[in-house]
Write a protein that binds this ligand. Structure first.
Ligand code: 8YV
Length: 314
């Protein structure tokens, strides 16, 4: 059993209390290591970045399972894993509420400009300049959710409490869903005030929110992203925000984390979070324990509890 990359802190301490597992070398030393020890590796444990690419998987002829601490498995080459019968697990469900809360926080902060209002007070501007400018109501808006999965649904449920009208786009329409279905991301963006990105970050979702989708949201529209930076054309997003062609954005994720485009730092209609969607003590512990349960179950039975790819029977 080997680990890839640094672990999220709670996962690090929960793992350290149970196992002493070595870390796969990075950079140039990895190839040398894999050539010598590759056949010994049966299980890889990771916490997202830097991921497990096709080259690494190919150099591990006896790899059986990859256990990920996190819901998103976009940095793991699932196609190669599937072909080889290598199981891959993630940590779904336990983080949905925290990530949905983060989306609501971003929506409220961005439209009501709560972050900017807080900075206004701290800078002594209230006393000097008088009242803070009006913002935009969240209650009663049309909100589009791109990706109505577990997290998207939790976001929708919360927004019902704000009397918002919910629409969504998914690869497939969800039978029995109470929400209006839009045939494409573009059609969704054209018909809503706020577009919330809650898709997976797999290759098929890359730049699903492109320039045309952002332009369709328009100067009165807002983009919220708690999914993956890769789903949005970030360059177009920055250009439209700087030029005033998009009303605002609330972003928890970016194309090249932890880099955030410098142009966004001075915009008061943009709220920037450091990828904290699931970052509460309780949720991070639940994620860590679910990842460890997957690992233990695999070692004992050859099965995973929450598989994204089922392991082949060996
Ligand atoms: C964490 C996430 O940043 O679950 C995910 O896919 O993006 C986040 O919850 C990450 O997994 C921490 O390891």
């Amino acid at each position: 059993m080997w680990r890839v990359g640094a672990f999220e802190p709670t996962f690090e301490s929960e793992m350290a209390a149970r196992y002493d597992i070595p870390r796969l070398p990075e950079g140039a030393r990895r190839a040398e290591f894999l050539a010598e020890h590759g056949p010994d590796v049966r299980v890889l444990v990771t916490s997202g970045s830097p991921g497990v690419d096709a080259g690494t998987i190919s150099a591990l002829p006896n790899l059986e399972a990859i256990v990920n601490n996190g819901a998103g498995v976009d940095l793991i080459d699932l196609a190669t894993a599937k072909r080889r019968g290598i199981g891959v697990s993630n940590t779904p469900d336990v983080l949905s509420d925290s990530v949905a809360d983060t989306a609501l926080g971003l929506i409220l902060m961005t439209l009501r400009r709560f972050g900017a209002a807080d900075r206004f007070v701290r800078a002594g501007r209230w006393a000097r300049e008088g009242p803070f400018p009006y913002a935009r109501d969240v209650s009663g808006l049309q909100v589009g959710i791109l990706g109505l999965g577990r997290i998207g649904s939790a976001i929708a449920t919360r927004l019902l409490g704000f009397d918002c009208a919910i629409a969504y786009h998914n690869r497939h329409r969800i039978e029995g869903s109470p929400y209006r279905y839009a045939e494409s991301p573009l059609q969704l963006a054209e018909s809503v005030d706020v577009l919330v990105v809650a898709t997976t970050g797999d290759r098929g979702a890359r730049h699903l929110v492109d320039r045309a989708v952002l332009e369709a949201l328009g100067s009165e529209g807002y983009l919220i992203n708690i999914a993956r930076g890769s789903v949005v054309d970030q360059q177009a997003l920055v250009e439209l925000l700087v030029g005033g062609a998009l009303g605002g954005a609330g972003l928890d994720v970016f194309a090249d984390e932890p880099d955030v485009p410098a142009e966004l730092l001075d915009l008061d209609n943009v709220v920037l979070f450091p990828h904290i969607g699931s970052a509460t003590g309780r949720t991070r512990r639940a994620m860590a324990l679910l990842a460890i349960t997957n690992l233990e179950r695999y070692l004992e039975t050859g099965e995973l509890v929450t598989p994204v790819v089922r392991p082949r029977r060996r």
